[in-house]
Write a protein that binds this ligand. Structure first.
Ligand code: KG4
Ligand code: ZN
Length: 339
């Protein structure tokens, strides 16, 4: 009989529940939190309170949409970390209560591994094509930027990471300087489509190896704007699209440079994108172009699976379930988690 996994995601500001039957996605419900918008970033205390309000209705809806009875669920997979502790605590506590009541196992999932395994979900949007092993994942989110060598569903090795800000953070912080709402990544993406990416030049890090750095770019963007605004207070308004396009191009160039290097060094030509920033249209175009040039086999997640969702938690939980890797009842969430 097919395995049914309920996935729960609550690591940041999205409460999500998904139901998976083997690899097939039956439902994926996501409740975002508008409450953070006016603060220009996620407020942890408000996030955990909103998770508390959302979690029961979100799980209820996921089960209804899937047409699955509680008694049919084999296990619940939940995000243990990394993320905001108060937010993670809501998903973890819910999972403990739910699995105890049903007498079924709970499975801990690393949120970052889950982003990477999103390509194994079967749905109308994703189809059933998933990367063969090994493959190289460029994981670009609001909290992380990593190059990961994926050996199988369970074994992954980080071969490059950001030593400071994540790529998504660079998008969001620079967007804020342009007066754009949080999260700024999608706004930069949209504006960039109307601007000239070669109009402005911003500094790129000179870092050996496969590690990334984005804090210098943010500072160079800030100083550049500050100097120009001194000369012309309307500078940002007049050049918003060109600034967005040039900034986006710089971030993509930085990402692509190390991705190319990682592919060459590892000899792996199956490349998969993951994480919120992989929704970026410029990045998608850039990897597609490079794939054509270098003969990479490319795996780009459908837009709905780039940002945080419980479908990715459920698929990761599914593979752990097959190996009998269950969590103990006294498991606690962790803000930092490595693999
Ligand atoms: O993976 P994710 O949903 O959450 C984390 O685990 O961090 O990623 C969120 C990040 C935010 O920084 C957001 O600005 C960025 O993904 N993002 C984008 C786009 N869509 C989302 N960045 C650039 N272009 C986009 N289209
Ligand atoms: Zn994420």
């Amino acid at each position: 009989m097919a395995t049914v996994i309920l996935g729960i995601e609550s690591s940041c500001d999205d409460t999500s529940a998904a139901v998976l039957m083997d690899r097939k996605l039956l439902s994926n419900v996501i409740a975002g939190q508008d409450v953070h918008r006016k603060y220009g970033g996620v407020v942890p205390e408000l996030a955990s309170r909103a998770h508390l309000q959302h979690i029961v209705p979100v799980v209820d809806r996921a089960l209804k949409e899937a047409g699955v009875e509680r008694s049919r669920i084999d296990a619940v997979a939940f995000t243990r970390g990394p993320g905001l502790l108060g937010s993670l605590l809501v998903g973890t506590s819910f999972t403990k209560g739910f699995t105890a009541a049903l007498g079924i196992p709970m499975i801990e999932v690393n949120h970052l591994q889950a982003h990477i395994l999103v390509h194994f979900i079967e749905s109308g949007e994703t189809g059933s094509l998933s990367p063969a092993f090994p493959f190289l994942s460029l994981l670009v989110s609001g909290g992380h930027t990593q190059l990961v060598e994926v050996k199988d569903h369970h074994h992954m090795k980080i071969i490059g990471r950001s030593i400071d800000d994540a790529a998504g953070e660079a998008f969001d912080k620079c967007a804020k300087l342009l007066g754009l709402p949080y999260p700024g990544g999608p706004h930069i993406d949209r504006l960039a489509g109307e601007g000239d990416p070669l109009r402005f030049k911003f500094s790129k890090p000179r870092l050996e190896g496969l590690d990334y750095s984005f804090s210098g770019l943010k500072t160079s963007f800030l100083y550049y704007l500050r100097d120009r605004i001194k000369e012309d207070p309307d500078f940002v308004e007049k050049h918003k699209a060109d600034l967005a396009a040039s900034l986006q191009k710089t971030i993509i160039d930085i990402l692509m440079d190390k991705l190319r290097k990682a592919a060459k060094q590892s000899g792996i030509s199956r490349i998969a994108l993951a994480g919120g920033v992989s929704a970026n249209s410029g990045l998608r175009e850039a990897v597609e172009e490079e794939a054509g040039r270098l003969g990479w086999q490319l795996f780009i997640p459908p837009l709905g699976y780039t940002t945080d969702n419980a479908a990715m938690i459920a698929i990761t939980g599914y593979y752990r379930y097959l190996k009998g890797e269950y969590a103990s009842e006294d498991i606690a969430p962790v803000a930092r988690m490595y693999f």
